[in-house]
Design a protein around this ligand. Structure first.
Ligand code: PSU
Ligand code: MN
Length: 307
């Protein structure tokens, strides 16, 4: 095992016994939602994974250690600290770990830790992607490159329309990453079910995703997968409504010169403010839905491995 990794006893016991485990990220807690909804949601997401029959492993960096599985006290601490916790993507690990720092793991680093621990399935809200204007800014999330080289399935509601979704799908295609819809053939756009962008394929059940992961283990064992689960219709914010707020947040980011790792947290927080909190409700509901689906996939996958 990686000497920098601590696996929570409940997670270690489940992995040892070949039982289902679902990884969860911590940047969504510190940078994706405000306190106290962030802590409440993180604990509800863990409960949703348990209800599906799997063990949750929320991932973070604490005291210079990689953690797979946190205590409720750890989650509360991270949630209250919020933006004071450094956002940790792949490039940040040597600095944060060697200086005993705290770090909130993004999709990229949560995948890395999940793979080290032997966890195949991960649930979150949305992945990072190609930012609009990337042809000049070169701002492409490290999440996309991680999906190309780390064998973890990320169950998400697609990616937010703050990004260039078409370019995001193109990069994933170039990198050979399967992006499969759960009962949809369109890339979901986080708050909205539809983006107008066709996916290469769709599957209809958790069991079918588990089969696809088993096959991927055999044909592309170092690759990730995007499981695109659209927000439930009753929680959706139509693209026409959210679109204007996204445009305004993007314009403000440009005016203020927000760049680098600060771009995504800035846009997420601004969109939540501009929608008067409506986007936060949608965000919470879609993460819970992703946790339930991820739990189902992890249970089915564990069953296939034991068969
Ligand atoms: N998208 C969301 N919510 C989030 C994030 C993205 O809808 O919380 C977070 C995730 O942790 C993701 C990260 O991995 O932002 C991407 O940041 P960047 O674009 O800097 O790679
Ligand atoms: Mn970036």
């Amino acid at each position: 095992m990686n000497p920098l990794l601590d696996i929570h006893p409940a997670v270690a016991a489940a992995l040892q016994a070949g039982q289902a485990v679902v990884a969860l990220e911590s940047t969504i807690i510190t940078h994706g939602m405000p306190w106290p909804q962030n802590v409440d949601t993180a604990l509800r997401v863990e409960a949703a994974v348990r209800s599906a029959g799997a063990v949750p492993a929320t991932v973070a960096i604490m005291g210079g250690r990689l953690k797979a599985g946190l205590t409720p006290e750890d989650i509360d601490f991270l949630g209250r600290a919020g933006h004071a916790v450094p956002k940790a993507s792949r490039r940040d690990l040597p600095l944060l770990l060697s200086t005993n720092a705290l770090g909130a793991t993004t999709v990229a680093t949560t995948m890395m830790v999940a793979a080290m621990a032997g966890i195949r399935v991960f649930a979150t809200g949305g992945i990072g992607g190609v930012h609009r204007g990337a042809e000049t800014s070169f701002d492409i999330s490290a999440d996309l490159l991680e999906l190309a080289r780390t064998p973890v399935a990320v169950v998400c509601a697609g990616a937010k329309a703050i990004l260039d979704l078409r370019a995001t799908l193109e990069v994933l295609e170039t990198q050979g990453v399967p992006v499969l819809g759960y009962r949809t053939d369109e890339l979901p756009a986080f708050y909205s079910r539809s983006s107008g962008l066709k996916l290469p394929g769709l599957l209809h059940s958790a069991a079918a995703f588990a089969q696809a992961l088993r096959v991927q283990d055999q044909v592309a064992p170092s690759q990730g997968m995007v499981v695109a689960n659209p927000i439930a219709p009753e929680h959706e914010i139509p693209a026409g409504v959210i679109g204007a707020h996204i445009e305004q947040a993007l314009a403000e980011a440009a005016t203020r010169g927000v760049a680098g790792a600060a771009v995504t947290p800035f846009l997420l927080a601004r969109v939540a403010e501009l929608t008067g909190g409506a986007s936060l409700v949608a965000n919470i509901e879609l993460v819970l839905s992703n946790a339930r689906l991820a739990g189902g996939i992890a249970v089915a996958y564990a069953g296939l491995r034991q068969a």
